[in-house]
Design a binder for this molecule. Structure first.
Ligand code: HEM
Length: 471
């Protein structure tokens, strides 16, 4: 009896040890890889700073102290911080085949979204399918067909700014939300405070941001916890319940689209294209529903925030660039009509202001969602391990004074001279490589047309007597 019990205990212990080694093996393998290349890892600090509200400020300090490629050991994950356009271009663009994945987001990407949100998806078949639909919905030629929508919403924005200038932040949000919701679902947004689609999408974003907090959930550090049954883990029960809310939202929005399509009342829009291409793309109904939710999550705050940066630049540096811009608008457009998209090719200085806006205070201050590498790599004698999280903070890259002398000054003129900068835009506001922002044509058109019209119609000045603010 005693021998039988001992045998059972030994088997159980052996199974536990095997399971432990199985679970630990990838981590041990990674540790060995790091140890054997320790002398070739990029330079970096010995200790981490935790609880930072604005990590990009620290990353800039690190890039200034250690160089363009900095190494941090964040728990088990090797993390690389890129501090120059060249390093980001060399790795994320030129070596896109191995730097286009994402780190694991177990709470947000896996448990909340069940892998349905392409923005957080690893590089692979699902991401490629999702990305293909975004490409066909937002590539240059297709985005140009959305210009009448942008032009109309921009006119509404001008009227709102005229009637209630102090509500400018809300008006910018309404503009951006209405463009995105019209382009996606074929219906306008008249007021962000009362619109149902806006409210419910904002709630979905809230659900996502509430679980995407580094260090908040142990499962991000110990991925095996993902498999603990929900009844034993209230945090898991909570996030799975929230998943159902997301599914309800995206499915209902798509059902409304299908009803309108059936009645023949659906205007041309991204959701319609998704349905038309669903069979050839091999996407499930749920994939389509989540894909239609993508532009709202990625395109509203980025567009509105970029225009807010422009107003900030006007308040801080207006006298240095507004008169030149208005001289150009007087010359090219004249006083009797609003600037249009057709004028933009001749509004060189306005386009330079748009580029400088996206550079000076980039909304994606950390460069958007981090990339992850899928193979060991060597860069300028430094070893970058497979599975590294790669962050290219635009705060470091756009405020790097080798590329942008006096980086905190707002100087559109930088974009009017020949400069040696990788890529075609002269800045990196839309990211890099295979993950580059698919909405960049829509986003940059929104920024340029509204800058042209605001400067044509308004004098933007600080409120009289307003206190000086650190920007
Ligand atoms: C001025 C406006 C915008 C800015 C500054 C901006 C910026 C960015 C940046 C920096 C990234 C990260 C790229 C990378 O990982 O290397 C990104 C990704 C993305 N953006 Fe935008 N964006 C803007 C507007 C839009 C719009 C209007 C859409 C709507 C379709 C959109 C959809 C996306 C998506 C889906 C991704 C993720 C791509 C992927 O993971 O493959 N963005 N954006």
């Amino acid at each position: 009896m005693a021998v039988a019990l001992l045998n059972v205990i030994s088997v159980v212990l052996a199974l536990i040890t095997a399971a432990y080694i199985g679970l630990k093996f990838p981590q041990l393998q990674q540790q060995w890889r790091l140890y054997s290349h320790r002398s070739q890892l990029p330079p970096g600090p010995k200790t981490l700073r935790t609880g930072l509200q604005k990590p990009w400020l620290w990353f800039l300090e690190l890039n200034q102290e250690y160089g363009d490629v900095v190494y941090l050991q964040m728990g088990p994950t090797p993390t690389i911080i890129l501090g120059s356009a060249k390093a980001a271009w060399d790795l994320l663009e030129k070596r896109g085949a191995i730097y286009s994945s994402r780190p694991r987001f177990i709470m947000g990407g896996e448990l909340l979204s069940n892998g349905m949100r392409g923005l957080m998806a690893p590089y692979g078949a699902f991401w490629r399918r999702w990305r293909k639909t975004l490409h066909s919905g937002f590539m240059q030629r297709q985005s140009e067909t959305y210009r009448p929508i942008q032009s109309l919403e921009s006119k509404v924005l001008m009227k709102e700014l005229l009637d209630e200038p102090e509500g400018y932040r809300r008006h910018l949000e309404r503009y951006a939300a209405s463009v995105v919701v019209t382009v996606t679902y074929g219906r306008r947004v008249e007021d962000v405070r009362t619109d149902d689609v806006v409210r419910r999408n904002a709630e979905a974003m809230e659900r996502l941001t509430s679980v995407n907090i580094p260090g908040k959930f142990a499962v991000e550090r110990y991925p095996a916890l993902k498999y603990v049954p929900a009844f034993m883990a209230p945090w898991k029960q909570g996030v799975l319940k929230q998943r159902q809310e997301d599914i309800k939202l995206y499915t209902q929005l798509m059902d409304e689209v299908k009803q309108k399509l059936g009645k023949g009342t659906l205007p041309d829009c991204f959701a319609k294209h998704l349905l038309e291409e669903q069979a050839s793309n091999g996407m499930t109904d749920l994939e389509v529903a989540y894909a239609a939710g993508t532009p709202f999550g990625a395109g509203v705050e980025t567009s509105a925030g970029s225009l807010a940066s422009f107003l900030l630049a006007c308040v801080k540096f207006g006298p240095q660039f507004i008169p030149k811009a208005q001289e150009e608008l007087d010359r090219v457009v004249g006083p009797n009509r609003l600037p249009t998209f057709d004028d933009l090719p001749r509004l060189e200085y306005i386009r330079a202001i748009a580029s400088e806006t996206l550079r000076w205070r980039p909304v994606a201050v950390l460069g958007g969602t981090p990339h992850a590498s899928t193979k060991d790599d060597m860069y300028e004698g430094m070893f970058i391990p497979k599975g590294s999280t790669v962050i290219a903070p635009l705060w470091s890259i756009h405020l790097n004074d080798d590329d942008f002398p006096e980086p905190h000054s707002f100087r559109p003129e930088r974009f009017l001279i020949e400069r040696n900068y990788p890529g075609t835009f002269g800045h990196s506001a839309f990211g890099w490589g295979r993950r580059v922002c698919p909405g960049m044509h829509l986003g940059s058109a929104s920024v340029s047309i509204n800058i042209a019209r605001i400067l044509w119609g308004f004098d933007v000045k600080p409120v009289k007597g307003a206190p000086e603010v650190d920007m």
